[in-house]
Ligand binder design. Structure first.
Ligand code: HEM
Length: 353
């Protein structure tokens, strides 16, 4: 081989190494220090809430459940996802409280969540995380990152700094409005009679390829009962109540899909859609077992909102890809730690299951 050919080969190898290094530096945010990265978001959760080894960095206090989704076939009108074929699909899920502190006592006003993994036989997994608020407080990942710090308690007063909050709301009027709606919501007495909403919009695609914007909710069978003003005596009273109920009989929810109309925002989870939109009840979720998450099947699940089956697609909501990337980063951190015991345990787990 001539000297020129050798030099050329070495040059190509050097160039490839340079490009790979540059790609790693870019992905790590080193070339653009102002860019928001999943690492920065998870770091901020840890700055605000501390690190609880092995726990989710948000929605840290939770309980696993198992159940069955009984599809009534109505979902096929708008989506070809196999989960909507008439019949039963096993599910694993998780009830939780928002926030990164797994040992905080339950209180009525804390945001509650339900996450579900539908596991149809053909492997077309669908994962969704829903909160019991009517809208999300921010519309972009950048605003989410900022508000984590803005709403963190000031160590001097134990409360968020009012001047920083006023400045945030002046720059984010959509958040000021969303938080008014969230504060005005009717809070139910427990997990079993609460409604959980996807908040983000998605797209359903039917067998002909027609696509519609949707949001969905898990609506309880149990009638609404308002929460008492004060928390229960037990620090885990919300979870203990749910465990006792499911010990008696399955707790049921209906999966209700709201069909968006042209003009309904799909890229802004702070805005509610008009209440008169068509809603389709596509089936019933029956929860028949709960398990403390130290031993439960949900512990090692990442409820990534972009794990979607054929027939369900992401919308243009910028929160979705950020959630997917951040959940993955939170998952890898907690999966690499030995987990501290959960606050919430179930009778089976107490017996050393
Ligand atoms: C529509 C907006 C959102 C909804 C409905 C939502 C809902 C949820 C739910 C239900 C969980 C608990 C999942 C489980 O039980 O494992 C969760 C976890 C989490 N959320 Fe969100 N979330 C939203 C937005 C965000 C955003 C914007 C971020 C940050 C960019 C974020 C960060 C996290 C993290 C880090 C976890 C823990 C993930 C894990 O370790 O598995 N969320 N979210």
């Amino acid at each position: 081989m001539s000297l020129i050919a050798v030099l050329l080969r070495l040059g190509i190898i050097g160039l490839v190494s340079l490009l790979v290094t540059a790609a790693f530096l870019y992905a790590g945010g080193w070339l653009s220090p102002d860019r928001l990265t999943p690492v920065k978001v998870v770091d901020r959760f840890e700055q605000v809430d501390g690190i609880s080894a092995g726990f989710r960095r948000n929605h840290a206090k939770g309980l696993c459940f198992a159940g069955v989704f009984q599809s009534n076939g109505q979902g096929l009108r708008v989506s070809r996802a196999s989960v909507f074929d008439m019949g039963e699909v096993p599910v694993v899920g998780r009830f939780a409280l928002a926030g990164g502190q797994p040992y905080l006592p339950d209180t009525p006003q804390m945001v509650r969540s339900m996450a579900v993994r539908f596991m149809p036989a053909d492997g077309e997994d669908w994962r969704t995380g829903m909160n019991d608020i009517p809208v999300f407080p921010v519309s972009t990942p950048e605003a989410f990152y900022e508000q984590l710090a803005v709403f963190a308690p000031d160590p001097a007063t134990g409360k968020p700094d009012p001047a920083r909050m006023a400045d945030f709301f002046a720059r984010h009027p959509e958040s000021a409005h969303a938080i008014e709606l969230i504060k005005a919501r009717a809070v139910s007495s427990g997990f079993h009679n609460d409604t959980f909403n996807s908040l983000d919009a998605f797209r359903f695609v039917d067998a002909e390829g027609k696509s519609v914007a949707v949001r969905w909710s898990m609506v309880p069978d149990a009638p609404f009962e308002a929460a008492a003003a004060a928390p229960g005596a037990d620090k885990n009273y919300l979870f203990e109540d749910l465990i006792a109920r499911i010990g008696q009989q399955p707790v049921q929810f209906h999966l209700v899909v709201t069909i968006g109309q042209p003009g309904d925002p799909t890229n802004d989870a702070t805005v509610a859609w008009p209440p008169e939109r068509e809603r389709i009840d596509v089936g019933t979720l029956s929860i028949h077992a709960v398990e403390g998450e130290d031993v439960g099947a949900c512990r090692d699940v990442n409820f990534d909102p972009l794990v979607l089956p054929a027939g369900i697609e992401p919308s243009d909501d910028p929160l979705l890809s950020a959630r997917s990337a951040v959940y993955s980063r939170s998952f890898w951190r907690r999966a690499g730690e030995s987990k501290d015991p959960s606050a919430v345990t179930t009778p089976a787990a107490d017996k050393g299951a």
